[in-house]
Design a protein around this ligand. Sequence first.
Ligand code: ADP
Ligand code: MG
Length: 692
Amino acid sequence: MRPSILFPLFADIRALSGVGPKLEKLIAKVAGPRLVDLIFDLPVGVVDRSYRPKLSAAEAGRIATVAVSVLDHLPPRIKSQPYKVRVSDDSAVMELVFFRADARYLMEVLPLRAQRLVSGKIERFQDRLQMAHPDYILGLDGTLPRHEPVYALTEGLAAKSLSRAIKGALERVPSMAEWQDPAFLKQRGFAPFGEALAAVHAPSHEADLSPSTPARQRLAYDELLANQLALTLIRARLKEVGGRALHGDGTRKALVIAALPFALTDGQLTALAEIEADMAGETRMLRLLQGDVGSGKTIVAFLALTRAVEAGLQGAFMAPTEILVRQHLATLLPLAAAAGIKLAALTGREKGASREATLKALAAGEIDILIGTHALFSEDVGFRDLGLAVVDEQHRFGVHQRMQLQGKGKRPADVLVMTATPIPRTLALTAFGDMDVSKITGRPPGRQPVETRVIGAARLDDLIAHLAKALAAGQRAYWVCPLVEESEKIDLAAAEERAVMLRGALGVSVGLVHGRMKAAERDAAMAALKSGEIQLLVATTVIEVGVDVPEATIMVVEHAERFGLSQLHQLRGRVGRGTGKSSCILLYHGRLGETAKARLAAMRDTDDGFIIAEMDLKLRGPGDVLGKRQSGMEELRLADPVAHAELLGIAHDDARLILARDPQLRSTRGEALRVLLYLFGRDDAVRYLRAG
Ligand code: ADP
Ligand code: MG
């Protein structure tokens, strides 16, 4: 249960005086529904009201405060026009402009000939000075805040209303016992939580908004520590409650390997050895398998699942899309057959009687390995005894879903998470807590590097001529269509148009695959490319993750400048999978800015997924690299894993140390840390504490 000291902060924002239902909705939209959301809604700017020029010398566009006297009122002649009040100091005249004005109110605050202090943004229109809706209208002896924080707004929400609400919320912050180590605070020059919070909401310069100020660092550290404590607790709990040694005699494994048309690489063998050692251990496996696109993770996962089957248990293999499930099923079925392993699929497509039959067989243990999409999460999916769950290309799954799968089966299963987006360590910590990591280094032999070229859309005709030649020679290609944000409909229209154009220009059979298609249609299109029935596949990014058509050798990405580097790397990984020489053409439209140029040049110059991911992280931030949900970012409001990377490392070590000394958080500091966990909404982690 949440400690009572936090009750005021977890009240609805309606609890604030002056916040009615309408305002509540708007504020909730930008910050969140509770007071605690308001105190963590950090300013994005600062207004400085110290500029007090003579009107004649006032610079347009600046916030200025001027002492003026009221000359006259100019009510609008038609309603749609603004109400104007002319004022002056001894140097010039200025118009105060009010839209949808209340004349009576204006007469009251700006009576004729009165002296007033007005503060707001000054604009100049054809030599006329104007100030629209002054922020302040005061008597000459009125006092103005010298500096004011600026918060992100939404339409209909007035800056003043939000500021007032945040101020109100800050006043309700209780005084809480310090949860951080005093020596650490001293060494860092960090103030107590309440003081730091007040400081970040009272910036006086742009520099005060930087993530590196002591106040912002202090708060970021609080959040990171809560995050790391929670992840460490969850991990400890997961390891502790699960855990059984899975042994196999290696017979099925040998049969699978014998059925492979290739030899495993050293990188694959090393990763598999690490995974098997983990599975054989008494504690539960929580392992992340990282391997660049095309490094051959699928077969490693399947061999791990084979080990679970050898141990008499079942396996689950989860992929993010229907296409991938079908693809895995197609490649793995022959291997499973060779080793006498019963493999089945479960996706949203299985319905009615066939679904019933699958579920029954699964519960009876007649299915050894179940491959599926999100459908594996359904309530009614029950294994007889799940030994290992593999989550492939996990970046489409959130942390929560990963947990859910772990809860399947009679006993918690070992978990292997696979990712092709190489995840820098800092990010891995927030996204996965502290999983063990295996890496597949190197690629299967015989692969030739993909030649990458960056060209402008002005050369589209050249590109098409080149493509026509290659296709005439029997090659196969992808053409990925521009990403138009927020509108799948527009994306689709663009893709369809492109397909028609290419069909006409190239004279080959062209397929189209997009997110709005039914899964079966999508599979059919992919299969058509694989069989050669079509030579060119125009696609929205549904092909991004994991799709394997070794025969495809050309990848064109249109509007490449709109894609993230990791995404481009993934897309490029769709070619160069067979032995043919492959190329990737990054087509850009318009003129490229410096950053965009550098990004595309980097794609051309390196093929190392890790370098690309690090660069992407620096350029775009974690939410964009992994997806907000998956990166664990949605949980972080004050900390930024890039700017606060050093603090993240410390918080990680700190969390382990704290829990090693005080596993139940029972000490005085432990009690304070419980409050910290609740403050940052990690109630789930505290529950693990109680249960443990
Ligand atoms: P990813 O790591 O991107 O998931 P996949 O597992 O899909 O990669 O493997 C990519 C391709 O490489 C597949 O066609 C697979 O059959 C092939 N492959 C995997 N391992 C090897 C190997 N050791 N030698 C040759 N080809 C391999
Ligand atoms: Mg894969």
